[in-house]
Structure formats: structure tokens, C-alpha cells
Design a protein around this ligand. Structure first.
Ligand SMILES: [Zn+2]
Length: 469
């Protein structure tokens, strides 16, 4: 990828939809997957004379997030009007924050295999989400290809936090790591589900490159529409490569916005007029300044959980970096902590089998999982896999499950083995005349008839006994 002499410079802009019960400036319920336009009122539809009132819960959530990001919390923050015209914005402006955001400068530490990357946070501010344009008919896709566009105002006015980082990230991997840990932090704070597929977490990336040793920044491009962490990493890599090509070809990178197409891996430039950014901000006259009380800030600070980055470092000595990071980023480290047994074996089962089975780690009883893992080498693979898949079920208990699933009962296996031996008289004779390698053939037959659930040790013992009889 990036040649030795080039250094990528990456900054991120992250939008997080807060999971408050009501919208940012009115009492409408946040429920935008309901019937379109079923959660609207004069405020979020911008009827003349309707007055906004700021959602206290959203302010509290943003303070929590700001503290987790190490930000200074402004004692007095302002709302501004950000003016632009688009059908999903009925007021003709978005209420956002401008020069006095609720959360000012901060820093978020991302553990890397070699040392930490401290990512500066420029700001985190509170705003309202736009409504949703639904392009209908025609060839679909963006407005250009659709016959017409419907607007669903359910989403309009949903509380949204925008987090802006400094251009401190130096590779697509670092950006992905940062985002995974940030997402984990947001989920654990309980302020958002932060799911990219649902649009409750959205990420734009600003990418430029410079020669190593250079201190200034070169012109950057903005990447939008990347709806998974892997796509973000791929989009960033594609853009880094493109820019290096431009510079090395004697050209100059120009400021541009691209949409990343996950299907083709290609970057498509947006039309220039979509980038107009003269928003003519001015203070929102209908809202008082946000003044979070010292008591609110201190309570939020006291409630902060141990941050994911800290937990990665705590687990690293016993597990190594990759396992430690994997457990924390996937939210499985709490289950890891309450599951007894060999630490590495437990970590591996959590990251592979449990993850593969799609089991919610928070639903799993650590003690029962510990028993399963302890029995792992004694029970047939399919039985272990079944047990893992069921380990999140309510009331799951390892011992009875294994006892019931694994066929180790001699009374049950004995007649089956007799049957198999009778049906394969030729192989039995060959075995008895010295071809002991045929034992595997008989074991295979038993496994086939029991769907792999027979206890291999018991099967082996029984077979040897019966064949030597
Ligand atoms: Zn409303």
C-alpha cells in the first residue's frame, strides 16, 4: 500500500444518534422505523411560531460522552442555526452548535500493538438529525435516478452528537481501531446503540497524505457513505493510494468529497454544488444557552465505566494484544472476566466459537460456560458446538446438556456397534487378522449413525472390546 516515503493523515467525523425517548427539541417520540410521518409536531415540522425546548437527557448523554473522550465540558454552550436548503430540513436550517460546543478539546487513547495512539478530539457537539429522504421509482438511487422523493419526518429532530477528531490517525487500521473502541465506549455509556447498519453511527473520513518528515498538512479529501468499519478501512486505503498516485504523477490533490461504493471498492466524486458550505451560522434566538450544572458533570464523571482502552492494556499481559483487543472491542471481556478456566482457552472460545454462533455474551452464565470449556476435549465436537450455541439460553446448564446430548451410554451404543459389526463382517475379519487401522473405519460408522454425538473415547473402548472378543 502506502509507499515508504508517504505518511497518511486521517481525521474522522462521527455522528451518533442518541437513544433518548423523545426528540431533541420537541416531545415527539424517537421512533423513525414506525409508519412514516407518524411522529411529528409543529416544532419538528417547522410550523411558524413553534418554539424548540432542548432535551435535558440528550444534554446529559453528551456530557457523559464528552467526559469519556476527555473533553472539557463547556459551562455555557450555545446553539446556532446552520442554514442550508434541503427537502429533509423543513426549517431551512439545522439547529447545531458552532463556536461554543458543549464538549471542547479532548483526547482518546487507542492502544496499538506498539505503544498508544492518542487521538485528539477537536470537539463534540449536539445537534438535530435531518428527516429521511426516500427516493422512489425511476432507476432508484440518488435523486437524479428517482421518479420522485418522499420525505419521512419521523427521524427529523432526533438528537445527534457530532464528534470531530484531530488529524491524528496514521493508517486505516488505526482509524478502524479508534472507531471500534469509540463505538464500544458509546454502547457501554448506554447513550446509543451505535449501529452503522441502522445509521445510528455514521462516519466520514478526511484523508490526506504527506511525505514523511513533512510537518504541514496537504489538501484533504472527504469520504462519505461508508457503512461498516471494514468499508471505512477499504475506502481510506483506496483514497491514500489515489492521492499518492496523484502526487507521484506530478499532479495536485484537490479538495473533494467522495462516496465509497462498497460493492466495487471505488470512490465516486460528488458534484461540486453538493459541497457548498457557506452555512451563515448565527445564534439560535429561540433557545437559551446550555449550562450543565457542576453537579450533573460530577455525577456523570463518577458514573464513567472503565474505558475500553484501559481494559485492553489490563488484559494484554496475560492474553497478548490481539486477543485482549478483540475481547474488549467486541464487548466480550466482561464475560471473559466471569468465566473460570484456562485464560487463553476461555479467550479463544469467546472470540471463535461463541462469536461464530452469534451468542450474546451478556446472556451467558460464566460458570456454566467455564464448565463447557473445561469439558471441551472430552466431548464430541458437534456436541460442544451445540452447547456453545445454546449457552446464552435462559437457564442453560452445562452438565445436564452435555449428558443428554453426548451419547456415551453403553446401553445405547452397544447394540448399535453390534449392528455395525454384523453389517461389515469382511472388515471385522480383516481387523482380526491384523489390519488394526480399520478401527478408524468402525469409529466413523458409529459417528455417522449418531450424527457425531457419540463420545469417541467410549466408542473406541467398546469397539476394541467387541473386536477382540
Ligand atoms: Zn416533534
Amino acid at each position: 500500500m502506502a509507499g515508504l516515503s508517504w505518511e497518511p493523515v486521517i481525521g474522522l467525523e462521527i455522528h451518533v444518534q442518541l437513544k433518548t425517548r423523545t426528540k431533541m427539541f420537541c416531545a415527539c417520540e424517537v421512533a423513525y422505523f414506525d409508519t412514516p410521518n407518524s411522529h411529528t409536531c409543529p416544532v419538528c415540522l417547522a410550523h411558524p411560531g413553534a418554539l424548540p425546548v432542548a432535551n435535558a437527557k440528550a444534554i446529559e448523554y453528551t456530557v457523559k460522552l464528552g467526559l469519556a473522550l476527555g473533553c472539557e465540558i463547556a459551562p455555557r454552550a450555545l446553539f446556532h442555526r446552520k442554514n442550508y436548503f434541503y427537502p429533509d430540513l423543513p426549517k431551512g436550517y439545522q439547529i447545531s452548535q458552532y463556536d461554543v460546543p458543549l464538549c471542547g478539546k479532548g483526547a482518546f487513547t487507542v492502544p496499538e500493538p506498539e505503544g498508544d495512539r492518542v487521538v485528539g478530539i477537536t470537539r463534540a457537539h449536539l445537534e438535530e438529525d435531518a428527516a429521511k429522504n426516500v427516493h422512489v421509482g425511476g432507476t432508484g438511487g440518488r435523486i437524479g435516478g428517482a421518479a420522485h422523493t418522499n420525505v419521512d419526518f419521523n427521524r427529523g429532530g432526533t438528537p445527534l452528537v457530532e464528534i470531530v477528531t484531530e488529524p491524528d490517525l496514521r493508517s486505516s487500521d488505526e482509524a478502524k481501531r479508534f472507531l471500534q473502541l469509540l463505538r464500544r465506549t458509546i454502547v457501554e455509556l448506554g447513550i446509543s446503540d451505535a449501529e452503522m447498519e441502522k445509521g445510528t453511527l455514521r462516519v466520514d473520513a478526511n484523508v490526506s497524505v504527506r511525505e514523511r518528515g513533512e510537518t504541514g498538512y496537504r489538501t484533504r479529501a472527504e469520504l462519505k457513505n461508508m457503512n461498516s468499519f471494514n468499508f471505512i478501512a477499504r475506502g481510506i486505503d483506496a483514497e491514500i493510494e489515489r492521492q499518492i498516485g496523484v502526487w507521484e504523477g506530478g499532479g495536485e490533490v484537490v479538495q473533494q468529497t467522495f462516496d465509497f461504493d462498497a460493492a466495487t471498492g471505488k470512490l465516486t466524486p460528488r458534484r461540486a454544488k453538493e459541497e457548498a458550505d457557506d452555512y451563515r451560522y448565527f445564534p439560535e434566538p429561540d433557545l437559551v444557552p446550555v449550562e450543565p450544572s457542576a453537579e450533573l458533570v460530577e455525577r456523570a464523571r463518577a458514573e464513567l465505566p472503565e474505558l475500553p482502552g484501559t481494559r485492553v492494556r489490563r488484559l494484554e499481559p496475560e492474553l497478548g494484544f490481539d486477543l485482549a483487543e478483540g475481547l474488549v472491542a467486541s464487548g466480550r471481556d466482561r464475560l471473559f472476566a466471569r468465566t473460570p478456566g484456562d485464560r487463553r482457552a476461555v479467550a479463544n472460545v469467546l472470540m471463535n466459537e461463541l462469536a461464530g454462533a452469534g451468542v450474546d455474551p451478556d446472556a451467558v452464565d460464566g460458570d456454566e460456560l467455564g464448565k463447557l470449556i473445561e469439558a471441551r476435549n472430552r466431548v464430541p465436537r458437534p456436541v460442544f458446538a451445540d452447547a456453545i450455541a445454546r449457552s446464552g439460553d435462559e437457564g442453560f446448564s452445562a452438565d445436564p446438556f452435555l449428558a443428554e446430548e453426548a451419547t456415551s451410554d453403553v446401553a445405547e451404543l452397544g447394540p448399535l456397534i453390534d449392528e455395525i459389526l454384523a453389517a461389515n463382517a469382511g472388515q471385522v475379519a480383516a481387523y482380526r487378522s491384523g489390519k488394526e487401522g480399520l478401527l478408524g473405519f468402525f469409529v466413523g460408522q458409529v459417528m455417522k449413525r449418531t450424527d457425531g454425538k457419540a463420545d469417541p473415547r467410549v466408542v473406541n473402548e467398546l469397539l476394541r472390546a467387541k473386536l477382540s472378543a
